[in-house]
Design a protein around this ligand. Structure first.
Ligand code: G6P
Length: 489
């Protein structure tokens, strides 16, 4: 059947994430300019052809006035986006506070904040209240736009309270929740004061997804040990209600990267970079400037490599792109100065009048410049202390089909489970091991590089973001059908 527009009817998918895939800049009282970010989720959802996707999320800007809000909503509607307006105080307590100062470090095994315990305990409660309030605001917007038959897909650690709020509005709503970070061991999750409330809320969803089997297993253990519920091979059961829990490893739109490499502007860029670094091997790191990425440890390992391998001094360069992120959170500010200090020291120590060993950039690169950089790289260093998946490793592999460079990859990134056979796996905390892996990678014979690359390239090009989204969404749809069937029996 058809909706009144005459277009064939498509089931709707409401994608709810903290951040909309746009950056919005206010140009006047009632005018906005929008730029769509072509990130992983956006291209993934373009692949879900049977559904018409709409996004619900925060536009990343404070819009206190109604005229501005109305104009922004209108502009966003053209991009199939629906904004949730959060005021500055909520953003401070919910996003900077509970999400990025509490849940993010905890889920990456960095523990709860420890300075001034009393203050933390007091602010913990107000931050959790703000988190719940913000989640309720997201739920209100979803509910306002929900039509019967829609499938609702909630994303990430910002919205763990959302499944419960949505089911309270409408028990028949099909709700899925996917976590883009690791889910830590239940022993870590146990330390969180709001541990049970969050687990129970997530369990209100019909399908709960993680990047790896380990994260799914940790979540099930947390539910059995903390809530005393029963874990089954399918998921978690509570009084006859099953919440299905499974692993859905994300991928990238590999074709987009492969095609970009053929563009004349990318080829020109590749040529320039090759000339610029001729006679030197290029090592590359691309990370958000985040504690979990292990940037100081990576740079210290590179220093150790230089210390122990004087013959490489003017023959290798490390390009570290560190994209600033969450700059209002004090931990991130501290990290920036720490990294600058280390890079300065090493460049002072090993640099010459004409060259430095580390080029460190505190900014992002545009997509085409990034593809060119991936393509000229000899060794990529992805040394996260913990990482949900890490798609930089996938992007590097996708751009390396002619060069067949080496990937050094942290065993604590989700990607280690899929690219482990092709990459050199390292423990990022072990600086000696990372330093010797750098040497191994730089000296690796072509035949071994080719074999390792082939393994990874096959994986990256056959496990795409589109497959990921399609599998999750269709499974979410089927899970409900199953549940309804069970009710009828
Ligand atoms: C991680 C999270 C995402 C988040 C992204 C950027 O990948 O899993 O949910 O959007 O970081 O962080 P930001 O705080 O800038 O949204």
């Amino acid at each position: 059947y058809e909706r009144n527009s005459g277009m064939p009817f498509k089931q709707r998918l409401l994608v709810v994430a903290n951040r909309l895939p746009v950056s919005a800049v206010r140009r006047g009282e009632d005018s906005w300019s929008l730029e769509i970010s072509a990130g992983g989720l956006v291209s993934a959802l373009l692949g879900v052809k049977e559904f018409e996707a709409k996004w619900i999320g925060w536009a990343g800007v404070n819009v206190p006035d109604e005229i501005g809000q109305r104009a922004l909503s209108k502009a966003l509607a053209e991009k199939r986006c629906i904004p949730v307006f959060l005021d500055e105080e909520i953003v401070h307590q919910y996003y900077n506070g509970y999400c990025n100062n509490i849940l993010w470090p905890l889920f990456h095994y960095l523990g709860l904040p420890q300075e001034d315990r009393l203050a933390t305990t007091r602010s913990f409660q107000s931050q959790f209240d703000a988190y719940k309030k913000a989640n309720q605001m997201f739920a209100d917007v979803v509910n306002e736009h929900y039509e019967e038959g829609d499938v609702v897909w909630c994303h990430d650690y910002h919205l763990m309270f959302l499944p419960k709020c949505l089911k309270e509005y409408n028990a028949k709503m099909k709700v899925g929740w996917f976590l883009h970070t690791p889910f830590p061991s239940s022993e870590i999750h146990r330390t969180l004061p709001s541990r049970s409330e969050l687990l129970r809320s997530v369990l209100a969803a019909d399908l709960v997804g993680f990047h790896t089997y380990d994260y799914a297993r940790h979540f099930v253990s947390a539910c059995t040990r903390i809530l005393g519920l029963e874990g089954t091979p399918e998921g978690v059961e509570d009084q006859g209600k099953l919440t299905r829990v499974a692993a859905f490893p994300i991928g990238i739109d590999s074709e987009r990267f492969i095609r970009a490499l053929e563009l004349p502007k990318v080829q020109d860029h590749i040529k320039e970079l090759k000339e610029r670094f001729s006679g030197r091997k290029v090592m590359l790191g691309v990370d958000r400037l985040d504690m979990i990425k292990g940037i100081p440890q990576k740079i210290l390992a590179f220093e150790k490599f230089l210390e122990e391998n004087t013959s490489w001094h003017d023959k290798v360069v490390l390009l570290q792109i560190a994209v600033p992120t969450r700059t209002d959170v004090p931990e991130y500010q501290k990290l920036t100065s720490q990294v600058h200090e280390i890079v300065g020291r090493i460049n002072g120590r090993f640099g010459t009048l004409t060259a430095v060993p580390i080029h460190h950039l505190d900014r992002s690169l545009d997509f085409h410049a990034l593809c060119a950089l991936y393509a000229v790289t000899d060794v990529a260093l992805v040394t996260s202390l913990r990482d949900g998946m890490n798609l930089v490793s996938y992007e590097f592999v996708a751009c390396q089909d002619s060069k067949k460079g080496v990937l050094i990859l942290s065993e604590f990134a989700g990607a280690a489970q899929s690219l482990g056979a092709g990459a050199i796996l390292v423990n990022p905390w072990n600086i000696t091991e990372v330093a010797s892996s750098i040497g191994y990678a730089l000296n690796m014979p072509a035949e071994e590089r080719e074999k390792r690359h082939h393994h990874n390239f096959m994986h990256v090009t056959t496990h795409t973001a589109q497959d990921w989204a399609e599998t999750f969404v269709s499974e979410l749809n089927d899970t409900i059908v199953e549940a309804q069937l069970r009710m009828r029996q």
